[in-house]
Design a protein. Structure first.
Length: 319
């Protein structure tokens, strides 16, 4: 048993070392000579789309997160499949929107610098620009990723809105992300919508006795029950009521008041490190800076660089 445990630990650290080695191929300004216009072109496409549909910001940010948590940040979330077996067909990814923005950005770049910029880098830039378009922070995006050739629905195993703090910490740690990264990246819930099926268990029969989740503020729970009936599968709820189209710090104020929409939001109060960060940001914020740092860190996860993978001509299909 002891040998088996040592083997598992050794494999885990080997994975981290390989990921770190790959991430060394990333840098800010990777395309400075081969496609210096890349960031301006992507930003123009994103801002034009967001001006018409600001609600695209949250799914675009989530798309990058979902990509990086499965096979690493290799653009595998973007691939279509003819038999619905690609990552984008998994249940957690069915609510993602904005794939056309990636397509438009890629098409614009192919006209200027064909075969140079990867779809995985485009997605990383779009995630940043979507946040900026919603009055959020900016950060320097490392580029140099190459695109993966595999996208498998069976490999999709993402953190869930139903997860407790122990599971969340474990899931993030396998991607090289710590407790602070977990709570910082959860702050992305300051934008976007959630749907009743993802949280109605907190309102009805939470412990099997017809009760609500005791970690949920009672007044907030009462308001949510007016919007989400037990069988409701379609109603959308603002994750950050009142400012769900603005990237700000109010998410942490809500969580501190036990008004986080999901169990995974409430779970942030169940660990001393994550709770401390929530309470700190509820009073005065370093969140904007911290968010950029954690996004860069997540963006190094499992990347393909050098001659690995490919540079797709179209983001939805392999070359």
């Amino acid at each position: 048993m002891a040998a088996s445990k040592r083997s598992v630990v050794s494999c885990f650290f080997l994975v981290l070392l390989l990921a770190e080695a790959n991430a060394q191929g990333l840098k800010v300004g990777f395309y400075s000579k081969t496609c210096p216009q890349v960031e301006g072109i992507v930003k123009k496409v994103v801002f034009a789309a967001m001006k018409k549909a600001p609600t695209l910001g949250a799914p675009l940010l989530r798309m990058f997160f979902h990509d990086c948590f499965v096979r690493g940040c290799d653009g595998s979330i973007l691939l279509d499949s003819s038999n619905n077996q690609a990552e984008k067909n998994a249940v957690p990814n069915l609510s993602l929107r904005g794939f056309g923005i990636i397509d438009d950005s890629k098409a614009a770049l192919e006209k200027v610098c064909p075969g140079i910029v990867s779809c995985s880098d485009i997605l990383a830039l779009i995630a940043r620009d979507a946040v900026v378009a919603l009055e959020g922070p900016t950060w320097e995006v490392e580029t140099g990723r190459r695109d993966g050739r595999v996208s498998n629905i069976n490999e999709v195993n993402l953190p869930s809105p139903f997860d407790n703090i122990t599971k969340l910490i474990t899931e993030f740690s396998t991607k090289g992300l710590n407790e602070k990264d977990l709570v910082v990246l959860s702050g992305g819930h300051t934008i976007g919508m959630g749907h009743c099926p993802l949280m109605s268990n907190r309102l009805y029969n939470f412990t099997g006795r017809g009760d609500s989740d005791p970690s949920l503020d009672s007044e907030y729970a009462s308001n949510l029950r007016k919007k989400c009936k037990p069988a409701d599968t379609t109603t959308a709820l603002e994750m950050d009521p009142g400012s769900f189209k603005t990237f700000d710090v109010s998410y942490f104020k809500l969580v501190a008041k036990r008004r986080g929409l999901f169990q995974s939001d409430a779970a942030l109060l169940d660990n001393s490190k994550t709770r401390g960060y929530v309470l700190q940001q509820a009073r005065g914020s370093t969140f904007f800076h911290d968010f950029g740092v954690s996004m860069v860190k997540m963006g190094r996860n499992g990347v393909l660089t050098g001659r690995a993978g490919e540079i797709r001509s179209m983001c939805r299909v392999r070359n």
